[in-house]
Ligand binder design. Sequence first.
Ligand code: DGY
Length: 319
Amino acid sequence: MSRPVIWIPRRLSDATLDRARRDYEVILKDEDTAGTADEIIALSAKVDGMIPCHSEHFSADVVGRLDPRLKIVANHSVGLDHCDIPALKSKGITVTNTPDVLTDATAELAMLLMLGAARHAVAGDRVVRSGAWDFWSPAFMVGKQVTGSRLGIVGMGGVGRALARKARGLDMEIHYHNRTRLAPELEGGATYHDSLDSLLEVSDFLSLNCPATAESTGMMNAERLAKLPAGAVLVNAARGSLVDETALVEAIESGHLAAAGLDCFVTEPGGNPDFARFDNIFMMPHVGSATVKTRDAMGFRALDNLDAFYRGETPGDAQ
Ligand code: DGY
């Protein structure tokens, strides 16, 4: 029996590519650039499955033009906001993601953003690196102490809970808002807020760890940012679309927010050039899950889903 043909548009980890080549006929893109709508549509007539990342967009329009040969989109991402899932499903295409395996790496990055934003990592690194460090005083680069502060977490799924566990190591007082309250063993002593607004009021640090959906898009708007305590720090390692970036610039510029730590932006790749003038916005280029261990785990999880599909089973992460 001939092996299924799989398109892998991005450069996945070596271990993932080795395993994929062992079990499938693999088509790779020549360059590690985001697969365009035209490429996705053209390739759908040549392959049985795809392993895209969040950089490949399966909008309703793209899905409507896919060839019936394509039967599975085994995403190499936990987020699925790049996929119109109802459209894919109605076309009979199985959609999977890679939950759980990137939880710790993403929570680590959220912690880095929180600490880096709170302690002037951008300005501090630059002044030393540039050779311009010619001054010291007790009043120099005074930041906001993370230890013992209140951390508000929006979205207490895997990443939110992993961040809470790490933050407890810093004696942070954990508060959260989630669609549903967690069982006590998962809550781990965190305080539940049944409304986002109530959470905002107590969040010295606010971390966004929820998916981007129609309801959460633009969630952190001017009104919501104003509800954070003066001097709060906003952290976003989830999706850029959760934040109204114009409102965030205003909140930073006015001094209402002390700082922000961002791994995600409305425009990716690229980010928001308006943010660059603020040293108190500490930024990373959407690399929350970018560790060797996690990249292998994500690739293997996507392949596990493909393998299950080709064994005639429903993949564990089928949507
Ligand atoms: C995810 O898995 O959704 C991360 O954002 C990386 O794509």
